[in-house]
Design a protein around this ligand. Structure first.
Ligand code: GTP
Length: 705
């Protein structure tokens, strides 16, 4: 992201220290004394959005208004509570989710601030699994941006009820109408407008609550005003006839929308209040909005400017009013821990116990990693597995199906970049391995492996920024100065034709003779989606006599040979395999069966001809009209294909597909081409075949031809 490096970070370390003091005197020790809140008064919510939409700033305001912190932190000064990692404070971006707990009116809110940068999508996913609701924050001048779509889809997958907060209403190009339209169009959801803004851009000063028709005006006299004081009163026609009419229309539309989605409310509207919608009590309308939000039939929309301290208190009210309590979501099992901590960003307070529906930290788990499901005993895991089996609508599941359902974890996309990482001396290798182990447990999108030929440690990640941050954390948190090799692309391999191969293994180990013959056919798999696991079939003559336990050994051999393709050692995708014949003498070990099948696969793959596939990225650039042609000319040189150029307010949004190999260092180039005014996001779209010249050039670079 272009803007991420341009934020000021003066005196951040000093401020960071002050913040820690501030938190430890006020945060967990004061308001969080009791963790006994009735379940219906707990809200576990996440705050998510495209990078820079203002999640951290909004969170900071919530903490301030709830009384948790006494002074407002600022992302641009690097002193917010939730961005506590040094790297976050320096870059002004969220990298790791931070959990904070605070109370608003009679409610306990457990809130997680998630990162917006596409390199940290997995971090968002691991949070969504434990949340009951979410606030999607938007930059009102930009509407729905690329990463918003990704996180929205993730929230859909986890069926999380949401509220939209149209932030940055104070910005020059802020347009409430535009942002609402883009929510409708791009997120394909039904926005329920619960507020009408008063003023827009520089004139934005307040809002009207459509449910109660009350106007809330912040009368800030200076930029230092903290937004705690505002005027709240019923909007009368005499105050502003146009605004009054606008609110009246908005309320009628809201009532019709909700009645369309909720039968109970429809009955009320068509019956008792059919003559006069004005008489519908606010409480009835709110309950209906809550029901449709929980059922994810529509999404309440609110607005404000977190930076200018406007609109955050009504957002807090909306969280308590419209998002679900933990008991309104279905959880499958309970956890029991020896030591529990209540998080407050980087500070924690030990608590003796925890009621269901809360979020807490635990320590000392040596074997578990992010995404694991922890249960109190083996018996409860079995019971949960049984329940999961029953819930599958009577459909009989195999044991492994149930296991995978229980331990589903987070969905981690395959890394697209990798590089070697070396410690300063061989003596430090053990320390580096430990550090990488710990980081991997925390971050499932980080993969570490050892190159079988060179013995070097390889770091695989989601993007340039991701690898850079890991490198930095190893230095700062583990005190190891490592050296990274050049960043390389994680290609894939596939086959061009069908081919057959045979192999014989005849080996005597000790007094045992191991004897296997195998014959396999491989074929390219035709299909839209890339599938990395080979599709395995058996000839009838084989399957009829093959014992179940040997089938596992055969499939291991096939799958293992696809992990490292025969040409460059990258995973092989989109292939089908038929086991045409297999002979196994008694006494032969399963390992030998796998080894023979694997060797046979390697032969067949080589014969079939290997095609290298490269990652193709979806690129979305937001650029001003003045710099559009420079950005397009540059894209053409990067083998980019432009799919669409949209208008977004005064900006243009270029949607393109570009090979990952051409995006290295793109943020620096785009910044200089556009004087730092453009922003972009990159996301893996698919893998595409390199043409023969590109493939030979790649092989040449690797000294293979
Ligand atoms: N004009 C204006 N700027 C805002 C507002 N809210 C946040 N900003 C600015 O927008 C930038 C990004 O704010 P953050 O709060 O870090 O955004 P974020 O969504 O947490 O960013 P990531 O965590 O990195 O994804 C900062 O420069 C903020 O000062 C707002 O209401 N109005």
């Amino acid at each position: 992201m272009v803007r991420e490096q341009t934020r000021p970070c003066a005196s951040r370390h000093q401020k960071a220290k002050e913040k820690v003091k501030k938190v430890s005197t006020l945060g967990p020790d004061s308001a969080c004394k009791s963790n006994v809140f009735a379940l219906c008064r707990i809200r576990n919510i996440g705050i998510m959005a495209h990078i820079d939409a203002g999640k951290t700033t909004t969170t900071e305001r919530m903490l301030y208004y709830s009384g948790y912190i006494r002074t407002l932190g600022d992302v641009d000064d690097g002193d917010t509570v939730t961005d506590f990692m040094v790297q976050e404070r320096e870059r002004g971006i969220t990298i790791q989710s931070a959990a904070v707990t605070f109370d608003w009116k009679d409610y306990r809110i457990n809130l997680i601030d998630t990162p917006g940068h596409v390199d940290f999508t997995v971090e968002v996913e691991r949070c969504l699994r434990v949340l009951d609701g979410a606030i999607a924050v938007f930059d009102t001048s930009a509407g729905v941006e690329a990463q918003t779509l990704t996180v929205w889809r993730q929230a859909d997958k986890h069926q999380i009820p949401r509220i939209c907060f149209l932030n940055k209403m104070d910005k020059n190009r802020a347009s409430f109408t535009y942002a609402v339209e883009s929510i409708k169009l791009k997120l394909k959801t039904k926005p329920l407008l619960l507020q009408v803004p008063i003023g827009e851009a520089r004139t934005f000063r307040g809002l009207v609550d459509v449910v109660t028709k009350e106007q809330i005006i912040w009368k800030a006299t200076s930029d230092l005003d903290d937004g705690k004081n505002f005027e709240q009163k019923l909007l009368l026609e005499a105050d502003d006839p146009n605004l009054f009419q606008e609110v009246q229309d908005a309320r009628n539309t809201l009532i019709e929308q909700v009645a369309d989605l909720d039968d109970e409310f429809a009955e009320l509207v068509l019956g008792e209040y059919s003559e006069n919608f004005d008489l519908i009590p606010a409480a009835k309308l709110r309950s209906a909005i809550r029901r449709v939000t929980l059922a994810q039939k529509a999404v309440p929309v609110l607005c404000g400017s977190a930076l200018k301290n406007k609109g955050v208190q009504p957002l807090l009210d909306a969280i308590t009013m419209y998002l679900p309590a933990p008991n309104e979501r279905s959880y499958e099992f309970l956890e029991r821990m020896s030591r529990l901590l209540l998080p407050f960003a980087d500070q924690q307070t030990e608590i003796p116990s925890l009621m269901a529906g809360n979020i807490a930290l635990t320590v000392g788990l040596k074997q578990s990693a992010t995404g694991d499901t922890i249960v109190s005993s083996k018996a409860s895991a079995v019971a949960a597995a049984r329940r999961a089996g029953r819930d599958a609508g009577g459909e009989k599941r195999s044991t492994s199906d149930v296991e995978s359902l229980l331990l589903a974890g987070v969905e981690v996309p395959d890394p697209v970049f990798f590089c070697t990482i070396e410690p300063p001396s061989a003596a430090k290798q053990q320390d580096l391995d430990n550090a990488l182990n710990c980081l991997q447990r925390e971050d499932p999108s980080l993969k570490v492996k050892v190159d079988p030929d060179t013995g070097q440690t390889i770091l695989c990640g989601m993007g340039e920024l991701h690898i850079e941050i890991i490198h930095d954390r190893i230095k700062r948190e583990y005190g190891i100065e490592t050296y990274l090799g050049p960043l390389q692309i994680a290609y894939r391999e596939t086959i061009l034709n069908a081919a057959q191969a045979t192999d014989i293994l005849d080996r005597t180990v000790g007094d045992k003779r191991h004897f296997v013959t195998s014959e396999l056919e491989v074929r390219p798999r035709l299909g839209e989606r890339a599938v990395t696991k080979p599709i395995i079939e058996y000839a009838t003559s084989v399957i009829e006599v093959l014992p179940k336990e040997l089938q596992g050994a055969v499939e291991n051999g096939i799958t293992n040979s696809c992990i490292q393709g025969p040409l460059l050692g990258f995973p092989v995708q989109d292939i089908e395999v038929t086991v045409q014949s297999l002979t196994v003498h008694p006494d032969t070990s399963h390992t030998m069966v796998s080894a023979c099948v694997s060797r046979c696969m390697q032969k067949a793959l080589k014969k079939a001809g290997i095609q290298i596939l490269e990652p193709l990225m979806n690129l979305e650039i937001t650029v001003s009209e003045d710099h559009l042609s420079a950005a397009l000319a540059d894209l053409a040189q990067r083998r980019g294909s432009i799919q669409e150029i949209q208008s977004r307010q005064d900006n243009r949004v270029v949607v393109a597909a570009v090979p990952l190999a051409e995006t290295m260092g793109y943020s620096t180039v785009l910044r200089s081409l556009t004087s730092g005014s453009a922003t972009f996001t990159l996301e893996l779209a698919s893998y595409q075949a390199l043409n023969s010249q590109e493939q030979s050039a790649l092989l040449q670079r690797r000294g293979l031809v």
